[in-house]
Write a protein that binds this ligand. Structure first.
Ligand SMILES: NC(=O)c1ccc[n+]([C@@H]2O[C@H](COP(=O)([O-])OP(=O)(O)OC[C@H]3O[C@@H](n4cnc5c(N)ncnc54)[C@H](OP(=O)(O)O)[C@@H]3O)[C@@H](O)[C@H]2O)c1
Length: 284
């Protein structure tokens, strides 16, 4: 079976499951496990790695830098800039600091982490400058809802936005109402963060929901694998679960092979129905 993938432009096709890194780099005792988990993920084809200057104050980027040492060409590296750094010389300094921690000279994708201090036009101009300098290949945004995305599209150069990274999991389906169809119409990939609802911590009852467990048991896979397969069932959507153990990484990589049937999707819809009206974008 061919693996599901998502295209960030012509040269940027990636498997529909990547690797998140939030909370990595916080505990020196866990460093080697985190590096090993990321390396195992790359070996298993989870080649997109998502990080941010925010995570562990740059500590997560350092973990990624260690994990990708000697194999930069095999990964698609994504990092994010704080809103208060997302313009002018601040963007240049923030990007250079990320590159140093990541031990590389370019990012495949650089995201505005959330909307804040600079205007969208200032951020787009900063991103264009970073592309011109060869420091990033593409840029995108995160945590922008429909109105913000329309505003961005109207800004000069805004049409080059390569992705919107947003919260999306079975128990938080608001983007299906408007943002997701809009992105699909623009052929703009959506990166789903917290695809496992942080192992259920974001939504009580998700992991133990009887219908979700029934679907997992019916296939002999785990609930986490069903949650990932459900996120990537949508055209143009990729999931970036964070896993700091090799066992979790192996499970997540295997989820790339799962194609949910219509009947399985109906059961999951019964557990967590699609929204019927506009819901403000969920964030963590
Ligand atoms: N743009 C943004 O504002 C934003 C916000 C939040 C997250 N993100 C990005 O999205 C990534 C994912 O989100 P997240 O880390 O918040 O939550 P998540 O991926 O939904 O959940 C992570 C949790 O799930 C566990 N896990 C991973 N694989 C598992 C498996 N197969 N079975 C059971 N448990 C499993 C992890 O445990 P172990 O670590 O012990 O393996 C961890 O506790 C982040 O790491 C970050 O890169 C972006």
């Amino acid at each position: 079976m061919t693996e599901k993938s998502v295209a960030f432009g012509e040269s940027g096709r990636q498997p529909a499951i990547g690797q998140g890194t939030w909370y990595m780099g916080e505990d020196p005792q866990r460093r080697q496990d985190e590096v090993a988990a990321l390396r195992a993920g790359i070996d298993l084809g989870l080649t997109l790695i998502d990080t941010a200057e925010m995570y562990a104050d740059g500590g997560a980027e350092e973990i990624v830098g260690e994990a990708i040492a000697g194999r930069r060409d095999s990964v698609f590296l994504v990092s994010k800039v704080y809103p208060w750094n997302a313009g002018g010389q601040k963007a240049l300094a923030a990007c250079e600091a990320s590159l140093r921690r990541l031990r590389t000279d370019y990012l495949d994708l650089y995201l505005l982490h959330w909307r804040g201090n600079f205007s969208l036009q200032e951020t787009v101009s900063a991103m264009e400058m970073l592309i011109a300098q060869g420091k990033i290949r593409r840029w995108g945004v995160s945590n922008l809802d429909m109105d913000d995305m329309r505003e961005l599209a109207a800004v000069e150069g805004g049409g080059a936005c390569a992705t919107d990274q947003v919260l999306y999991h079975l128990a938080s389906r608001g983007i299906e109402y408007d943002l997701l169809p809009w992105c699909q119409a623009q052929r703009m990939p959506v990166m789903a963060y917290c695809p496992l609802a942080q192992a259920g911590r974001l939504r009580n009852g998700l992991i133990n929901h009887p219908l979700v467990r029934q679907v997992a048991a019916g296939r002999g896979v785990t609930v986490a694998q069903i949650l990932l397969a459900w996120v990537i069932r949508q055209q143009g959507v990729m999931a970036i679960p964070k896993a700091a153990t090799i066992a979790h990484v192996q499970e997540n990589a295997a989820a790339l092979q799962i194609r949910l049937t219509d009947e399985e999707c109906r059961l999951l819809d019964r557990a967590y129905p699609p929204v019927q009206r506009k819901v403000a974008l969920d964030v963590v």
